[in-house]
Design a protein around this ligand. Structure first.
Ligand code: SF4
Length: 469
């Protein structure tokens, strides 16, 4: 497993394994790959399996069933998923493994082809079938002639507040998936193929889950979906994200609410003012812009143009003072000329975002970009990515230095992963797992505490300080 298992999320006794209902001695090993959205799917599958009486093990050698929740985002992610299947397939010869299952995005995308190409697989489970994972395991374990099986359906599965969930990661920070799928058609993106059209969870369902998480000791919830700004459109809610945030800030013991993946459109002043005025909503905007050159934005089938994006970034920074802005760009999209890239480079240099992720364009089946001409050589893409990251590194270093001497609230994560002599935490401008951390070298606190820290030093992406309260 790439992450340790944390205590199961329960709602009263309702999520205890029903006595005698499940294969109490069957051990399951689980591998979680890909993004935070996949992590939530993994947590739902794990919760369902525990609820149905399966035993979980962190040691794949001891697992009778191994489930790999795969990622199918880009070439590198697909290869990692396939390598994991091959590696765990070897356990069927050496270990106790009897059943090997590939679930998730890669499974949804390649379906029967995956079974054909990887004979070590016993089952392939698409993104619409997670709710059936326990039944699927029982089916594949039943003594009968071995036959590879496929479970793929539409639309993608979307959990609700009552679904058992066994959370991975820190006890005080949780991801909450508010919608699934995407209605846009960005030319490079296969997500709508794997996850279907957008379907939002009702506000009440998300609120009930947030209340349950807060009662479990969660202090920070991270709202995820493919297109968070569009939340609720399919339910007929106008300004859905604003409505949802207004409901969530009332959850008593939550300290931070952090929405991810805002598309740079439909961002209302009402929403920005809510960010600015409500202390529980983190002053943190995560908005992948993908490019800034007008011709590239058009070829990518992105809505809006450079002028609109410029105006929006200014508006966000003016309306939310002190906001941390994270964005992402793709380099090497077909047709990205030297001039188009230079425009992006200048933009990154001048705009001074707090965090910038840079992805290499990757040809993906069934996307409209696949047929585009003027492909960019991989070596050129890598050069462009490295250059942008180097520029951003300088910006981040300067921003870190400017923080020295300031005092800020920090959510304590626990002992540092670098050394147990330090504590580690995050201020509201640092998201879990993807951004830097604040190292605390003086003072004591428990995981989940919100403490005041004075910053005394900074490295490129991390800060160092001591507790002052
Ligand atoms: S908005 Fe995001 S998920 Fe939707 S198609 Fe574009 S890149 Fe893909």
């Amino acid at each position: 497993m790439n992450q340790p298992l944390i205590k199961p999320l329960r709602k009263g006794d309702g999520h205890r394994p029903p006595a005698g209902a499940g294969p109490q001695n069957t051990t399951i090993g689980f591998v979680n790959l890909g993004c935070s959205k996949n992590q939530v799917d993994s947590e739902v599958m794990l919760g369902t399996l525990v609820h149905e009486g399966f035993q979980l093990t962190g040691d794949p050698q001891k697992a009778e069933v191994v489930i790999i929740n795969t990622c199918g985002f880009i070439e590198e992610a697909k290869q990692e998923s396939i390598n994991s299947i091959l590696e765990h397939g070897r356990l069927k010869k050496k270990g106790v493994c009897r059943v090997l299952i590939a679930a998730g995005c890669l499974a949804q995308r390649y379906q029967g082809d995956l079974l054909k190409e990887l004979p070590e697989l016993d089952g392939v489970v698409g993104t619409g079938e997670f709710g059936k994972i326990a039944t699927i395991c029982r089916d594949l374990l039943a003594p009968k002639k071995r036959q590879q099986r496929l479970w793929v359906s539409e639309p993608p599965y979307l959990y609700d507040a009552d679904t058992p969930r066994l959370r991975l990661g820190k006890a005080h920070s949780a991801y909450v998936k508010i919608a699934e799928g995407c209605n846009r058609n960005c030319a490079f993106c296969a997500i709508p193929i794997m996850r279907g059209k957008q379907r939002s969870r009702p506000v009440e369902s998300i609120l009930a889950e947030a209340e349950r998480l807060a009662a479990e000791g969660v202090k920070e919830i991270n709202l995820i979906s493919q297109d968070t700004i569009n939340y609720g459109v399919d339910l007929g809610i106008r300004g859905g994200l604003t409505t949802l945030l207004r409901a969530l800030v009332k959850v008593k013991d939550l300290r931070w609410i952090r929405p991810f993946y805002l598309y740079p459109q439909q961002v209302t002043d009402e929403l920005l003012d809510l960010y600015a005025g409500e202390e529980k909503i983190t002053k943190y905007i995560d908005m992948p812009l993908q490019h800034i050159n007008d011709r590239m934005l058009k070829r990518m089938h992105r809505l809006g143009n450079r002028a609109a994006i410029d105006k929006l970034v200014d508006r966000i920074r003016t309306r939310i003072p002190g906001v941390a802005f994270r964005t992402a760009f793709i380099v090497g999209f077909p047709g990205e000329t030297e001039e188009a890239y230079d425009e992006l480079k200048t933009y990154v240099t001048e705009r001074e975002f707090d965090r910038v992720a840079v992805f290499l364009y990757s040809d993906e089946e069934d996307t409209s970009a696949l047929a585009l001409e003027e492909k960019v050589e991989r070596a050129v893409m890598e050069e462009r990515r490295n250059e942008l990251l180097a520029i951003q590194e300088d910006i981040a270093s300067a921003q870190g230095q400017s923080r020295i001497g300031s005092v800020m609230d920090v959510l304590v994560e626990g002992p540092s992963e670098e050394t147990p002599l330090l504590l580690e935490g995050r201020h509201e401008g640092l998201a879990p797992e993807i951004d830097g951390v604040v190292y605390i070298n003086d003072g004591t606190a428990d995981p989940g505490d919100l403490v005041t820290v004075e910053i005394t030093d900074a490295t490129t992406y991390d800060l160092v300080g001591h507790i002052v309260t």
